[in-house]
Design a protein around this ligand. Structure first.
Ligand code: SOE
Length: 389
């Protein structure tokens, strides 16, 4: 039985706004949370758009000015689902207004902003979390348990890719996700950030990186109005693309493991190929979000002749989060990763702690992102330590 409530004010309402709203609606439906989320108010600049979104997604009220939202007395938590360049300003103001903060990834536009965001939540003693949702797939949580219990032994390798292809057409317009002033970087901050979170979650802390960022299409048609993922070119005018189309890097971890990472929007045929393979001294695991309930596992100790990858359907009651949903093999999907995360956030609020991934993780993630960017410019290895000084 839920007794306490947390009243949410969300800034932004497009793709991620929909995913977060859905998670708030379903969290206490599937889970016995101690705290119930109340969808108090949603905020967006376009009055008609935000009004319609509020009605459709079930928000009790709406605002058109985020400053008004964060100063409302009937809001406990600010959820930020706006483009990256606005995260810091909203999060810092929200923390100063005494609100807990839940923010979309990557935490900020750059490392300096993410450090200021962390300082603000610490100084104002508010709780914080960041949306790296893929770690909340039951199969990924199960992989974590296997690694922590030593079933793979010492970890040697992680090989992680995030492959998309939605901007391969050179006439695809210059939407905000392709403009540095709005998002900071391209596939790097959008996709490699997920890989970095996964690697930190499953393998450990990064020590040093060496990488390249590449922009294949240097100019694209300008758009007047766009969402992050689509838009129609409004004129024949072309604008410069100042973010990366692809990011590739190698890494050394503090525990001696090594990793290869590839994030691209130019991998034809791959719509959302978020995948990893981890190899340890006793076996391997591999996962692919497009088949997200499955975890492939190989144990070296299996008897000769029977060795090989087996596929576990992580939907049994024994698998993390799975018992809250359906009977075994009645699969769950992308949206459930957000619900699982929100449940952790609600439980964290109940206990007065900030569950991981929180702003500490956000800063470390951003340090790796920026180390790769620096390495791409200098053509040198860059340590994470030097980024965090
Ligand atoms: C677009 O590339 C995008 O929606 C990312 O922004 C998300 O973080 C990722 O989960 C799916 O792709």
């Amino acid at each position: 039985m839920t007794t306490k409530q947390v009243r949410i004010g969300m800034v932004g309402y497009k793709f991620m706004g929909k995913a977060h709203s859905h998670a708030y609606r379903d969290a206490s439906f599937f889970f016995d949370t101690e705290v119930e989320p109340v969808m108090q108010a949603i905020c967006g600049r376009n009055e008609e758009g935000v009004k319609q979104a509020a009605q459709k997604m079930g928000w009790l009220s709406f605002e058109t000015d985020w400053r008004k939202l964060i100063n409302r007395d009937d809001i406990d938590l600010i959820d930020i689902v706006t483009p990256n360049n606005s995260h810091a300003e909203i999060a810092i103001a929200a923390a100063e207004a005494g609100k807990h903060v839940y923010c979309e990834k990557p935490l900020a536009f750059n490392l300096e902003q993410s450090k200021r965001m962390l300082e603000a939540v610490q100084k104002n003693n508010v709780l914080h979390m960041i949306n790296y949702n893929y770690r909340f797939a039951p199969a990924v949580q199960f992989a974590k348990k296997l690694i922590e219990s030593g079933r793979l032994g010492k970890i040697y390798h992680i090989r992680a890719t995030y492959l998309q292809d939605w901007i391969m057409d050179p006439n695809f317009p210059l939407v905000w996700r392709l403009q540095k002033e709005t998002c900071g970087s391209g596939s790097h901050g959008d996709l490699a950030a997920h890989l970095i979170d996964m690697a930190r979650f499953l393998v450990g802390e990064f020590q040093e990186v060496n990488g390249i960022l590449e922009t294949f299409i240097k100019q694209r048609p300008i758009v007047e109005e766009s969402s992050g993922l689509s838009g129609t070119a409004s004129t024949e005018k072309m604008g410069d693309v100042d973010v990366d189309d692809a990011s590739v890097f190698i890494a050394r971890f503090e525990n001696g493991a090594i990793g290869t990472f590839e994030a691209t929007r130019f991998a034809a045929g791959n719509r959302n190929g978020n995948r990893f393979e981890i190899n340890g001294e006793k076996g391997s695991i591999r996962w692919d979000v497009e088949n997200m309930n499955h975890l492939d596992i190989y144990f070296h100790e299996d008897e000769p002749g029977l060795q090989g990858f087996r596929t576990i359907n992580c939907t049994e009651d024994i698998h993390p989060y799975a018992s809250a949903y359906w009977p075994a093999a009645h699969i769950i999907g992308y949206e459930h990763t957000f619900i699982n995360l929100i449940v952790e956030l609600l439980n964290g609020i109940n206990k007065g702690c900030s569950p991981s991934p929180n702003f500490f993780d956000g800063v470390k993630n951003q340090a790796v992102l920026e180390a790769v960017e620096r390495s791409s410019k200098t053509k040198q290895w860059v340590t994470i330590e030097e980024m965090l000084i």
